[in-house]
Design a protein around this ligand. Structure first.
Ligand code: AMP
Length: 401
């Protein structure tokens, strides 16, 4: 029985998102975001259910000041939801990368932080802010247990023939270049929810989960274990995303560098920030804008959408082959939960594999809630399940209390 309050922290380079959960009911007591940390003026938005959001623009020079402000707000008589910081039983940190070491959620101590610092070279964007968030919490809440929940740990059981790249083997042993997978907390959450919705133990199910958002990944979950996933050494691999290319012929990269005379940083920027839906459409990284343009007949928007749907379909097909079957297909995240046309395109002409959706249900199922889209008689259950990574982090963290 839970009677715990868990604070979930997701620290980015200039932001700190938080949610305070009451684990007795699963309710979010308060949540918010500190943005523009490091700028001269920061921004905080603090929300509680049934109350107007509080916003302010204080100076937030570092993550320490941001966290101090969050803690003040949580206990403030006017905007707070708890009487004192001691009421928080533990803090769960979202950590994108746990390297090869952290195969499950782990209490944070000096050793964990030292290891995460040692893998910053392979996690340069997300590693440093996560470490800053942990250090701030340890300084300001030194008596409160801290737990790291790693996006990569869901993939800890992937077999080597699926994680090692066909490159000189020393690049793995010496430089740790291998597939790690990302979004694991989301895929873990929705696969568990899918089993719950179908009323079957996850150990009896073969599930393909499609997390389709600004960043997208597809995962094959066989009997509760992630056996393969589309993201790799970084979140760049896999299906085309908002601004990331996803998988391309690797030789294109040195070729672009030569013909466009680009530096390593410039080509990295091109692949990460100027490609994907934005690059192909030339319009936007936002699927909503691209859908509107496609409906108006814009050929490059139509191309971007067809490219994404086809890529998702290919991953689903390959994971069905790897698992020798599929019981459930799950759509989640911004596009997966909301974009009916994308779900329809992905699921079209898949009846050979047992996937068929009821068009009416697909079009009318309410946004933001779970739904079973399967057509009558389809052998595969196609589900929409809103993801909740923060709650999954809180659940993992609560296990250490
Ligand atoms: P996420 O990264 O999960 O926040 O998802 C962001 C993506 O979801 C963006 O490409 C949005 O355009 C897309 N998205 C959000 N809401 C909708 C919607 N109602 N219809 C289509 N796409 C949406």
């Amino acid at each position: 029985m839970f009677f715990l309050k868990i604070l979930v922290i997701n620290a980015g380079s200039s932001s700190l998102k938080y949610q305070l959960f009451d684990m007795d009911t699963g309710a979010v007591l308060a949540k918010g975001n500190c943005e523009r940390i490091g700028d001269t003026t920061g921004v905080i938005t603090h929300k509680r259910p049934d109350a107007e959001p509080y916003t302010a623009t204080p100076a937030l020079p570092t993550h320490d000041e941001a966290l101090a402000l969050v803690l003040d707000l949580l206990v403030s008589p006017e905007y707070g939801v708890i009487g004192s910081i001691e009421e928080i039983d533990a803090v769960g940190h979202r950590v994108a990368h746990g390297g090869e070491k952290y195969k499950q959620s782990t209490p944070i101590d000096d050793e964990v932080i030292a290891y995460l610092e040692s893998i910053v070279p392979i996690n340069p964007l997300h590693g440093p802010p996560a470490i800053l968030g942990m250090k701030a919490c340890r300084r300001l809440m030194s008596d409160t247990p801290q737990v790291g929940v790693f996006d990569t740990s869901f993939y800890a059981n992937m077999e080597d023939f699926r994680t090692i790249y066909p490159l000189p083997y020393e690049l793995y042993t010496e430089n740790k270049i291998r597939r790690y997978g990302f979004h694991g907390t989301s895929h873990r959450y929705v696969s568990a929810k899918a089993a719950e919705m179908l009323g079957k133990p996850i150990e009896e199910l073969k599930i393909v989960t499609c997390h389709l958002g600004n960043g997208s990944s597809i995962t094959a979950v066989d009997k509760g274990i992630a056996i393969d996933t589309s993201m790799g050494f970084t979140p760049q691999e896999g299906v085309p995303m908002g601004t990331r290319s996803g998988t391309i012929d690797p030789t294109v990269i040195p070729y672009i560098m030569k013909v466009k005379n680009l530096t390593v940083d410039e080509v990295e920027n091109l692949l990460n920030r100027q490609s994907g839906l934005l690059g192909v459409s030339g319009l936007s990284n936002d699927a909503r804008n691209i859908s509107e343009a496609a409906e108006a007949g814009n050929p490059r928007a139509i191309l971007a959408i067809r490219m994404l749907a086809n890529s998702i379909k290919k991953y689903i097909g390959s994971y069905i082959a790897e698992m020798n079957g599929i019981d459930a297909l799950v759509f989640t995240a911004g596009i997966g939960e909301n974009d009916r046309n994308m779900r329809q395109m992905v699921c079209a002409d898949m009846d050979y594999l047992g996937i068929a959706i009821d068009e009416e249900v697909n079009l009318t199922c309410p946004r933001g809630s779970a739904a079973n889209l399967s057509a009558a008689g389809a052998s595969v259950q196609t589900l929409v399940i809103p993801t909740d990574e923060e709650y999954m982090i809180a659940l993992d963290t609560a296990k250490f209390c």
